[in-house]
Design a protein around this ligand. Sequence first.
Ligand SMILES: NC(=O)c1ccc[n+]([C@@H]2O[C@H](COP(=O)([O-])OP(=O)(O)OC[C@H]3O[C@@H](n4cnc5c(N)ncnc54)[C@H](OP(=O)(O)O)[C@@H]3O)[C@@H](O)[C@H]2O)c1
Length: 170
Amino acid sequence: MANEKVAVITGASRGIGASLVSAYREAGFNIVANSRSIGISTNPSIVNIPGDIGQAETARRIMSEGVEKFGRLDTLVNNAGIFISKPFTQYTQADYDSMLSTNIAGFFYLTQRAVEVMERQGWGHIINITTTAAEQPIGGSPALLASLTKGGLNAATKALAIEYGPRGIP
Ligand SMILES: NC(=O)c1ccc[n+]([C@@H]2O[C@H](COP(=O)([O-])OP(=O)(O)OC[C@H]3O[C@@H](n4cnc5c(N)ncnc54)[C@H](OP(=O)(O)O)[C@@H]3O)[C@@H](O)[C@H]2O)c1
């Protein structure tokens, strides 16, 4: 088993995800980073895997081309997410599909694969980036699809902690 810890970070091309990559590197982690537009990394401690996180195939490549290279998985940060604010009745099918795909399917496929690895190891932890708006909607900023998807993630986070915490995956 490789000595250096490994973190998988989704939505890593900009914003919070890019800052997480820097912070985890400073903490000594090797990184497997994903986003749709992320380029090839020249840093041997960072493997970038481009792809839509809502697709099961992207989760499979993150594990086979990234995590397997480093030989372990300590932390998964499900950070990739999108936010569309508009009145409830104005959401389109495309809004619904993209938010469910990125915010829910993007969590689901990759977390399944990560838990399989962490169960074999007997350790690991998973961080889901959600939003306070899921618990406390903000007047004047309607965002039902954020509540629906990130609220679902909040519930899933608690459920996974109960299911896998006793097996070393909090
Ligand atoms: N910023 C805030 O104030 C705030 C508040 C509450 C919650 N959050 C949550 O925090 C997380 C990060 O937010 P942020 O502000 O840093 O967002 P951001 O700047 O918009 O960055 C989003 C990241 O996700 C990636 N991404 C989007 N769709 C993707 C997909 N289908 N597959 C793979 N990657 C995808 C983007 O890269 P590509 O375009 O290259 O795919 C980008 O790297 C999100 O989950 C967001 O909901 C943020």
